[in-house]
Design a protein around this ligand. Structure first.
Ligand SMILES: *Cc1c(COP(=O)(O)O)cnc(C)c1O
Length: 390
């Protein structure tokens, strides 16, 4: 891997200098890049409203940058809601994007002023109709894009086209017009055509709703799925935006609905570098031609998205020289704490115990996923590098 594909030399130098005297493992988040990513997303989807998916990187520091930029927010729980409210975010900039919610939490969010809710089931819809009157409700359509997404979100969320229709009818019978349709094509979605397929279905639903229920759907929430920069590069964001805007114009040329996006990974992913230290190197069998490298970051402290080797982070070391295949594993006494075994990374043969590894593009879905004290290890620390240009 080439470091320059991920960080400029000044970005790298800042992170390296900052990291030097800190005890591993830890994550360094460059707040300047959060702002840059937001602006890039906004420039690519000029007319869309961006609701940052807070779960991707929920720290106050990251949220503050996005609040200053005028972002809206998509929350998964009332705890994320409380954090945003405590930072002064107005409730009309927040959408409750979890289809799974307790009535108690729904009522709480409603009391706090939230009026935009997702649903994908009859019972949750009835709860919203009853306990959150006057809210805008959107229904999540199940979209199959798991083959081409690094981190699929299918199966658990969304419902079939027929079920979406049924929910629209249920709401109508209750006297409420559904506000819009959402979908999520799967996180780090590499096949842009999945959006085309999803939007085609959404168009069908729009037409059906108008014709059969006299419901004028007004909004499409296209979720996340936009790329970050991992071991295997994805298309540039411009390619995503050009194509997705083309699909939208093709299907909705007469009347463009309001478009909402909920980027998480694409705003936070490339902002972080996780720094770990090699604890042990071994070769289990003289006839195996790969080494095991155990280091102090693993599945339970930051690298959970390596489950099934789904997300392949670029791993950088300052050691140069001839490379050999390795299995990369974490520090705990749990045998699932192996990041990459089937897919063999190649790292320099001269790596030694105590050397540092830099896991690039680890700004999203890492620190917030840490176990509290599995094996006694504390959760990984996160440091923030301020935007010095401010
Ligand atoms: C997690 C999530 C997102 C963010 O997805 P990314 O692929 O990280 O951009 C957006 N919307 C919803 C509803 C989510 O659950």
């Amino acid at each position: 891997m080439n470091l320059r594909d991920y960080l400029t030399s000044s970005e790298w130098n800042r992170i390296k200098d900052f990291s030097e005297d800190k005890e591993t493992p830890f994550l360094v988040v460059d707040l300047k890049k959060v702002k840059k990513n937001y602006i890039e997303m906004k420039n690519n989807f000029e007319t869309a409203d961006l609701y940052y998916a807070v779960k991707a990187s929920p720290s106050v520091e990251v949220l503050k940058v996005l609040i200053d930029q005028g972002s809206c927010f998509d929350i998964a729980s009332i705890y994320e809601l409380d954090r945003l409210l405590s930072l002064g975010v107005e409730p009309d900039r927040i959408s409750y994007g979890n289809t799974i919610k307790k009535v108690k939490d729904l009522k709480y969010a409603y009391e706090k002023g939230i009026r935009l809710f997702v649903t994908d089931s009859e019972l949750d819809l009835l709860n919203i109709l009853e306990h959150a009157p006057g809210s805008r409700i959107f229904i999540r359509l199940l979209v199959e894009g798991s083959n081409s997404a690094d981190w699929p979100l299918a199966r658990k969320f969304g419902c079939s086209l027929e079920e979406v229709r049924r929910l629209i009818t249920i709401a109508k019978d209750y006297g409420v017009d559904i506000y819009g349709i959402s979908f999520h094509v799967g996180s780090q979605q590499r096949n842009i055509l999945v959006w085309e397929y999803a939007l085609l279905k959404v168009k069908e639903i729009f037409e059906w709703a108008k014709e059969y229920e006299d419901v004028e759907l007004e909004m499409i929430n296209m979720g996340g799925g936009f790329p970050s920069n991992y071991y295997y590069p994805a298309e540039d964001l411009e390619v995503y935006s050009e194509n997705i805007k083309r699909f939208l114009e093709q299907f909705f040329e007469d009347k463009m609905p309001r478009i909402i996006l909920e980027p998480g990974r694409s705003l936070a992913g490339n902002t972080g570098v996780l720094v770990s230290e090699i604890v042990l190197i071994s070769q289990k069998n003289q006839f195996e031609n790969f080494r095991w490298i155990y280091q102090d970051a693993g599945k339970f402290n930051g690298l959970i998205e390596t489950l099934d080797e789904s997300i392949k982070y670029p791993v950088y070391t300052e050691k140069k020289g001839e490379k050999g295949e390795v299995v990369l594993a974490g520090p705990t006494c749990d045998s699932m704490d192996i990041m990459y075994e089937d897919f063999k990374y190649e790292l320099p043969m001269n790596l030694e115990i105590g050397d540092r590894l830099y896991w690039l593009s680890t700004g999203a879905y890492t620190s917030s996923y840490c176990a509290v004290e599995f094996n006694g290890f504390p959760p990984m620390k996160t440091y923030f590098i301020e935007d010095s240009s401010k």
